[in-house]
Design a protein around this ligand. Structure first.
Ligand code: SAH
Length: 364
């Protein structure tokens, strides 16, 4: 579908879902919508003839469709994955078999940082041992000196989650860094990081602009990941609290706050809904709430906590307008908040996905 038509469809999707609550501005598009994905995951498997393949699952199946290059994906990432594929034979690295649990390599994930050009390769394995691991890592880095770190992630469970709980750093520092809106961020392999960093800067700029800081506010950044929004906002307000469930992301966020000299930011490891309920029950106040939940949207507990805490402004960032519409029904549908404006941001060109930011104001 031509890019202009994709944008029209996404605009309509968002308007149909949330237009009833307020104004929806025109979607923020990419100038060049190709190869924007900074995170590429390739699954390793075998085709019907038993030959190794790597790529993506065919929708709704566990059949691997070979992918050598993709219009969405960072070209450097695709090349590295093809090199891993070419090397596994000579290093006798067996491909993991999902049914029997036998074998080694399950997935390769590559993350590229746009601003720093750093690259992390995560080798996801079914067991702890990669045969001739040192030689393999050396061979990969020799062919791709642009790789700055290699991590082994061990995932021995029967699950559709790509990453497991255990990790070993095989090369370099075990993380990469990127720069967004003038701040530097450390990203570990298991922490969330937006896949389209060019559009992320636009998204954050809109979100901060919607917040309209005076400089005196206390803000809460719920579902804060590695602390990007918190730290970028910290220059413009009095105090920031971030809450996040993934312990690795919280560790990154704390490190990032101190590395950027953001002294007015604190991060907590907790469920966002539970954390906010605690705040409400202690009678604490928040002026501006940012929330950026996963596709499933906010929980009932979280929405109740928003109503109990009653921040003056809520900036809702969503990667799934359907759940956003469901949550707006609770926050705006019953009159507690009014949606002042919203704007879709095209973070995922050539897919059906669309991101959206909305500003809600407390109704007095
Ligand atoms: N605002 C960040 C992260 C957004 S992604 C950014 O722009 O990079 C959503 C984040 O919510 C992920 O980091 C995920 O680990 C976290 N998360 C998921 N469920 C959660 C919950 N119940 N409570 C707090 N954080 C949660």
């Amino acid at each position: 579908m031509p890019y202009a038509e994709q944008l029209e469809r996404k605009q309509k999707t968002v308007e149909d879902l949330i237009g009833q609550y307020g104004r929806v501005d025109p979607i923020l598009r990419m100038k060049n919508p190709d190869h924007y994905r900074g995170k590429v995951t390739s699954v390793f498997g075998r085709d019907r003839k038993g030959r190794p393949v790597c790529g993506i699952y065919r929708a709704g199946t566990h059949e691997v469709v070979p992918v050598k290059a993709c219009r969405l994906e960072d070209l450097r990432a695709d090349r590295i994955i093809q090199t891993v594929y070419a090397l596994i034979d000579s290093f006798k690295i067996r491909i993991y078999d999902e049914d029997t649990g036998v074998g080694v390599l399950r997935y390769v994930q590559v993350r590229t940082a746009r601003a720093t050009r750093q690259i992390m390769v995560t080798l996801v394995t079914g067991g702890a041992v990669i045969p001739s691991s040192k030689k393999f890592v050396n061979a990969l880095v020799r062919r791709h000196p642009e790789i700055t770190t290699i991590v082994q992630n061990i995932n021995d469970r029967q699950t559709t989650m790509v990453l497991g709980d255990r990790e070993k750093t095989l090369y370099g520092p075990g993380y990469i860094e990127d720069v967004l809106c003038g701040k530097r961020f450390r990203i570990s392999s298991r922490s969330f990081y937006q896949v389209n960093s060019l559009q992320t800067e636009k998204l954050y700029n809109v979100a901060l602009d919607y917040a309209g800081f005076s400089g005196k506010e206390k803000i809460l950044d719920a579902y804060c990941g590695i602390g990007t929004i918190s730290i970028i906002a910290s220059d413009r307000c009095r105090e920031v609290i971030g809450v996040e469930l993934n312990p690795d992301a919280v560790r990154d966020a704390k490190y990032n706050a101190s590395a950027n000299g953001a002294e007015n930011v604190r991060f907590y490891h907790n469920d966002a809904g539970r954390f906010m309920m605690d705040m409400a029950s202690k009678g604490e106040k928040v002026d501006i709430l940012f929330l950026d939940p996963p596709r499933s949207g906010a929980s009932d507990e979280f929405l109740n906590a928003v109503l109990a805490l009653g921040p003056g402004k809520v900036v809702y960032i969503s990667c799934e307008p359907e759940t956003m519409a469901r949550d707006l029904d609770v926050l705006c549908g019953r009159g507690a908040y009014r949606m002042k404006k919203a704007v879709p941001v095209d973070m995922f060109p050539y897919t059906v996905g669309v991101e959206c930011v909305a500003l809600l104001q407390k109704a007095f």
